[in-house]
Design a protein around this ligand. Structure first.
Ligand code: KG4
Ligand code: ZN
Length: 364
């Protein structure tokens, strides 16, 4: 079973062909970094136009690299939300058109589900598993019980973690995209203890019950520190120290929230892991899961609970077409296909029963 996956929900124009035996035949990604860089963030209108300009070429190269024709596909999957609606429409309409022209099933993929299912593409992880989904628009702790069946135990009450990385990096003068730039400069921090002492930062909600997150206070604290630095060009040493302290704080916050989720998961889903050989799995996915400090700290945390730890390879953490194609395969195998009148959705919660949280960065 081969599926074409199309992703256009943010600033990556991506197309991929994946087979149900876990083989990625092609995975083409065109990042719009240059288009958005001068604005310091993604501009939705520019993103939609750039998708329109480049998507055809990306689909053609994904098909060429996979060496197959449209008629040899078993289905077409495209992100239908959540995301920037203009871009989502471009990818969704292209996917529907290919499906209609070649009489193929269409699968309208929830972008969050695609991040959540990626570990089943790369590591054949079995349900149920616990996921920390950390991206530019979302920060959630979820239980994946089955394809299409998720429980959301925690979400951000204000900013998403990727957003907090990006905005903090911008204040530090690191430019867009903030997350990877911040991670890189933190490596230049020479004295870790001194950096953490010098730049104290809050760990919001730490020690409290539950699995929710809050990152807007951290962003404000970064701004206060930056404003106190000597005027003029920010010194690289100062920024490296602040970036290091920031990552340490984020890591501590994630550990605290994930610890609560892990303890709940191990107690509530005990029945699913009756034998020692069948260990429960903790997954981290989404763009921020590419951060090595975060990966390592979560790996240590989960080892303490005797859980398997899984993070997708770095190129499958941030947005890509392969994850959309894989979510398409998972759904197609279960006959969970969509009609061509499925609508694009700017918001699309994975767990429809979870109460919405009112906050600037909450997209679902
Ligand atoms: O999943 P993703 O590609 O797009 C969304 O669905 O939002 O995530 C993008 C986010 C951005 O905020 C980006 O700065 C962040 O992931 N990110 C990182 C790293 N790589 C990407 N944040 C921290 N460290 C990284 N290495
Ligand atoms: Zn994403």
């Amino acid at each position: 079973m081969k599926v074409l996956g199309i992703e256009t929900s943010c600033d990556e124009t991506a197309a991929a062909v994946v087979e149900d035996d876990h083989v990625i035949h092609s995975n083409m990604i065109l990042s719009q970094l240059d288009e958005h860089k001068i604005f310091g963030g993604v501009v939705p209108e520019i993103a939609a136009r750039a998708h329109l300009d480049h998507l055809d070429t990306m689909i053609k190269s994904a098909m060429d690299e996979a060496g197959i024709k449209f008629s040899e596909l078993n289905g077409v999957a495209a992100t239908c939300g959540p995301g920037l609606i203009g871009g989502v429409m471009v990818g969704m309409m292209a996917g529907k058109a290919i499906a209609a022209a070649h009489n193929l099933p269409f699968i309208g993929v929830n972008h969050l589900e695609a991040h959540a299912l990626t570990p089943r593409l790369t590591h054949k992880v079995q349900f149920p598993y616990l996921i920390l989904l950390v991206s530019g628009g979302h920060t959630q702790l979820l239980i994946a019980e089955d394809v299409g069946v998720y429980r959301r135990w925690g979400t951000t009450i204000d900013d998403a973690l990727g957003e907090c990385f990006d905005k903090s990096a911008k204040m530090m003068g690191l430019g867009y995209p903030g997350g990877p730039n911040l991670e890189k400069i933190a490596l230049a921090c020479k004295n870790h203890d001194q950096a953490v002492e010098r730049f104290t930062l809050p760990t919001p909600l730490a020690g409290r019950e539950g699995c929710d997150f809050s990152f807007s206070g951290l962003k404000t604290a970064v701004r206060n520190h930056v404003e106190k630095l000597p005027e003029g060009d920010l010194r690289q040493e100062d920024i490296a120290d602040l970036a290091y302290a920031f990552q340490q704080t984020v890591t501590k916050t994630l550990e605290d929230r994930c610890k609560n989720a892990i303890e709940n998961f191990l107690s509530e889903y005990k029945h699913a892991f009756p034998q020692a050989a069948n260990k429960p799995t903790f997954v981290v996915s989404g763009g921020v899961a590419a951060n090595i400090t975060i990966r390592e700290s979560l790996q240590d945390l989960t080892a303490r609970y005797n859980m398997d730890f899984m993070a997708p390879p770095l190129n499958l953490c941030s947005d890509n077409g392969a994850m959309i194609a894989w979510a398409g395969i998972e759904r197609l195998k279960r006959n969970m296909t969509d009609s061509l009148d499925i609508a694009a959705k700017p918001r699309w919660p994975l767990d429809p029963t979870a109460e919405p949280k009112i906050g600037g960065g909450v997209k679902a």
